[in-house]
Design a binder for this molecule. Structure first.
Ligand SMILES: [Zn+2]
Length: 265
């Protein structure tokens, strides 16, 4: 087992070995020869007791023989989920480091904080932390149907739960009710927390809920929602990738409706 692993990014792309079905990550022996191409490097955690570093290389760096750059989404399912999560954290730390080189208050070049993932301005002491943007996601249930919608940038035929960014001043619940009303024009109650997931595109924290339909006829929000409808749990469309929180939310909800239905009949 390698004693260290390296998440080497160029922009949003990750360096992996050149295997379609079983790629792996560079280890310690890889890093020394490419030192001059490294722009920044951070320890981001441990996987299997192995120290993991996130590294950004410059634009002129070319993958050596046997390696390629790949988009993070294309690697879903090819690495263990805890490792993919850590790689996602690495991408966010690199992006934060790159975009917070100067103090946002006075423009002085920032220093790294001694032990926190933070930067400190040497002139005015202002601290800059990585940005985290909460996104609420709601799966609306009506008997044995769920409401799914598609945005124009989804893969053809794919539908998912309603989701949107939390706005300043809102609680998660307020954001959820507002997003659902705006995007599909329905009202809900019985909002129940399901789970959350960090989503590094670029720095979201997805917070998923189930809720119960109360009233309203579906009206998709122009520009945002291309189509929205009720789907029977027995006839679902193409759904998001199993690694995504949306898919976990849908699977969990469909299974609980089925369990409830079987308990009653
Ligand atoms: Zn400052």
């Amino acid at each position: 087992m390698a004693n260290q692993l390296f998440f080497i990014f160029q922009g949003n792309q990750l360096l992996v070995t050149d295997s379609e079905s079983n790629p792996s990550l560079p280890n310690s022996s890889f890093i020394e020869p490419i030192k001059t191409a490294i722009l920044r490097q951070h320890v981001v955690g441990f996987f299997d007791h192995v120290t993991c570093h996130a590294v950004e290389v410059n634009d002129t760096f070319l993958p050596p023989a046997g390696y390629r750059f790949a988009g993070l989404r294309s690697l879903f399912g090819l690495f263990d989920e805890p490792l993919i999560s850590l790689i996602g954290k690495g991408l966010q730390v690199i992006e934060w480091d790159r975009s917070h080189q100067y103090c946002p208050k006075c423009g002085t070049e920032n220093n790294y904080h001694e032990y926190e993932t933070a930067k400190v301005c040497p002139s005015c002491s202002y601290r800059s932390y990585p940005r985290i943007s909460p996104v609420v996601m709601g799966l609306i249930v009506r008997d044995h149907e769920i409401l799914l919608a598609r945005s124009p940038h989804f893969a053809p035929g794919m539908y998912s739960a309603i989701a949107g960014f939390c706005e300043v001043g809102e609680s998660l619940e307020m954001a959820l009710h507002r997003e659902i009303k705006e995007e599909v024009n329905v009202t809900v109650d019985q909002v129940q927390y399901f789970t959350s997931q960090s989503w590094p595109f670029p720095h979201s924290l997805m917070v998923a809920f189930t809720c119960r339909y109360v009233s309203g006829i579906i009206v998709p929000q122009p520009q945002e929602i291309e189509d929205a409808k009720w789907f029977s749990i027995d006839a679902l469309p193409l759904l998001p990738h199993p690694v995504s929180i949306a898919r976990k939310l849908i699977n969990h909800t469909v299974n609980s409706i089925k369990a409830r239905y079987h308990a009653l009949h």
